[in-house]
Design a protein around this ligand. Sequence first.
Ligand SMILES: NC(=O)C1=CN([C@@H]2O[C@H](COP(=O)(O)OP(=O)(O)OC[C@H]3O[C@@H](n4cnc5c(N)ncnc54)[C@H](OP(=O)(O)O)[C@@H]3O)[C@@H](O)[C@H]2O)C=CC1
Ligand SMILES: Nc1nc(=O)c2c([nH]1)NC[C@@H]1CN(c3ccc(C(=O)N[C@@H](CCC(=O)O)C(=O)O)cc3)C=[N+]21
Length: 279
Amino acid sequence: MAEPMILDGNDVSKRIKDKLALQVAALEQKGVRPCLATILVGDDPASATYVRMKGNACKRLGIESKKIELPKETTTKELLAVIRELNNDSSVHGILLQHPVPSQIDERAAFDEIAIEKDVDGVTTLGFAQNAFGFAHYPSCTPAAILAILDHYQLPIEGKHAVVVGRSPILGKPVSQMLLNRNATVTICHSRTENVSDFVEKADIVVAAVGKPNFIQGEWIKSGAVVLDAGYNKGNIGDCEYDGCAQRASAITPVPGGVGPVTISMLLKHTVEAAERSV
Ligand SMILES: NC(=O)C1=CN([C@@H]2O[C@H](COP(=O)(O)OP(=O)(O)OC[C@H]3O[C@@H](n4cnc5c(N)ncnc54)[C@H](OP(=O)(O)O)[C@@H]3O)[C@@H](O)[C@H]2O)C=CC1
Ligand SMILES: Nc1nc(=O)c2c([nH]1)NC[C@@H]1CN(c3ccc(C(=O)N[C@@H](CCC(=O)O)C(=O)O)cc3)C=[N+]21
């Protein structure tokens, strides 16, 4: 197999941000500064890093970021009160609650407290449903990033067999629905799937959203398949065994430098759009 095309997430991300800079400037003329509120509950160092990266990306584009850090003992009731306050704060356009939250918190209840017009990460029940129907303003950021990469490189989706490994509410499930809406034939694998490799072997498009380093083996990949690795595990390791997969794939996202940076750009894009809709 010839060398695969490397799907460069940093490049896709930069193009999105260049466009956003113009939109941010236009909003400034109207006296509006987009503002993203991020909520981090507890002190997981990896989550703290993501939230910091999101804050830095905002700053570079002239987007306000409001960081809320809550102790790991926070109750559901306390978290809901914080979210309600942000819903009522007209200077805040987007709210991101970093997943996962500590186990005593009802994460679904917390996500659902976010006002739909500020749900820039597509985590509410309504936002998820709108995405499933194909008319969400703000699909979840990582699924949106995966589609943006496929579209940027003009990789066809319609009629292709996409196999998504993972079915979480912010990644595997919504990306499956988006691929289905684009007329792919979609298979979803999860922890109870028997012989995951039997399905991956048939895929034209593979989306890895497992959260297990190097889970998808090179031998599972059909020659010429497109591989999108959303995994982001300790030590910057993806869910796909990169060298093995790259030997067979026609196109592949690296980790780092693939899906991750585009996810952040999607979050900024949704926040700017929420600010535009607020005026
Ligand atoms: N780049 C980015 O922007 C983002 C990256 N991530 C990364 O993506 C990965 C997945 O994240 P997320 O969806 O939040 O993780 P979750 O842990 O919420 O979901 C993991 C999914 O993988 C499935 N799974 C677990 N083990 C297996 C197995 N052995 N075989 C098949 N399926 C399995 C689970 O199945 P079941 O439902 O049965 O438990 C579950 O649906 C992580 O590495 C995370 O860091 C996540 C969000 C954003
Ligand atoms: N509600 C919610 N929404 C999320 O979108 C969400 C979340 N919770 N919880 C955690 C995961 C993880 N995540 C990443 C985003 C960007 C990179 C990223 O930019 N990575 C860079 C590397 C950055 C570096 O480590 O230097 C890259 O892959 O090149 C990684 C991971 C979003 N998540």
